[in-house]
Design a protein. Structure first.
Length: 306
């Protein structure tokens, strides 16, 4: 018998094993979409459960205060219905970015305020202010870009990262090891958790959220090119804002450039994605005059549009 045959078979078997191992290794997968690297080391300094619990408590208090002041829009409000429908499309694509998101108790609410703002707290607690929706007259695609951006902050755990870096500075390396045991260190972090809405993200965090949010919107069937029109609107509304080097946020021009540079990575995802059956930004089909005082006239009338 030819002795080279077993040797050849062994080599082929080894090659097959190595090939299968390479395919099974996540690091070898060619992922389609944006690339923002690994999460910050600082997130490991703070328990995720504790941050999410603090966010849930603060969100509940915020909602209660707004309800008492008549500033929390009801569930049947057109804007609430609209945002929850858009969120329902985006949320399933968040799971790839953070496994904990599958267990989050997601909430979406709208607060009556002129402020141009929106946020997603850890644990999937989303809120939009009427100011950003109405003053900027956001299309569905632009809403998806804003919402995707805010969801990305939660998925990438930027608040947890910020708290971890702050705790490392204030508490010292000797106390970091006590985080899992909580105690006084845990109390300090709970106090920090009460300031989740005022935490400032870094430029890197903001840029990362732009890209991850753009991918989430594209996979959900919303045009990622809306990021350009969104930031043009934001720039027009933020005249007199400080230059980029004086702010933790990238300038509008920088954000637009980053979005445009990454569009080739997400447009194929958008092209293949099922599109929303219902668009809330189409004109109403009721024949009403354009100067109708209804603040929601730019939204589709349920069941009357395309």
């Amino acid at each position: 018998m030819n002795q080279r045959v077993p040797s050849l078979v062994s080599k082929l078997s080894l090659a097959l094993v190595l090939s299968v191992s390479a395919l099974a290794s996540p690091s070898s997968w060619a992922r389609e979409g944006v690339d923002v690297g690994q999460q910050s080391w600082a997130t490991r300094l703070v328990p995720a459960e504790q941050v999410e619990q603090a966010a849930q408590q603060q969100y509940a208090q915020l909602s209660q205060d707004a309800r008492q002041k008549g500033a929390l829009l009801p569930d049947n409000s057109p804007q609430v219905v609209r945002l929850r429908a858009i969120a329902k499309r985006l949320i399933p694509f968040s799971y790839e970015w953070n496994r904990r998101a599958t267990q989050w108790q997601w909430e979406v609410n709208v607060l009556n305020s002129k402020e141009l703002n929106a946020f997603c707290m850890p644990g999937g607690k989303i809120a939009f202010y009427t100011g950003i929706l109405e003053q900027l007259q956001l299309t569905d695609d632009e809403v998806a870009m804003v919402m995707g951006h805010e969801i990305a902050h939660a998925l990438r755990e930027h608040a947890r990262e910020r708290m971890g870096k702050t705790s490392a500075t204030k508490l010292g390396a000797g106390l970091i090891s006590g985080l899992l045991g909580l105690g006084s260190t845990g109390d300090a972090l709970l106090n920090m958790g009460g300031q989740l809405l005022t935490l400032k993200f870094s430029r890197e965090n903001e840029s990362e959220a732009d890209l991850v949010g753009m991918e989430l919107a594209a996979r959900a069937g919303y045009d990622p090119r809306a990021g350009v029109s969104l930031w043009n609107k934001m720039a027009a509304a933020a005249k007199g804002a400080p230059p980029q080097w004086l702010s933790t946020h990238p300038s509008g021009n920088t954000r637009i450039q980053d979005i445009e540079a990454n569009l080739p990575k997400v447009l194929p995802l958008y092209d293949r994605a099922p599109k929303p059956v219902q668009r809330f930004d189409a004109p109403r089909k009721t024949g009403e005059a354009y100067n109708n005082p209804d603040p929601y006239r730019h939204l589709i009338y349920w069941g009357a549009g395309t």
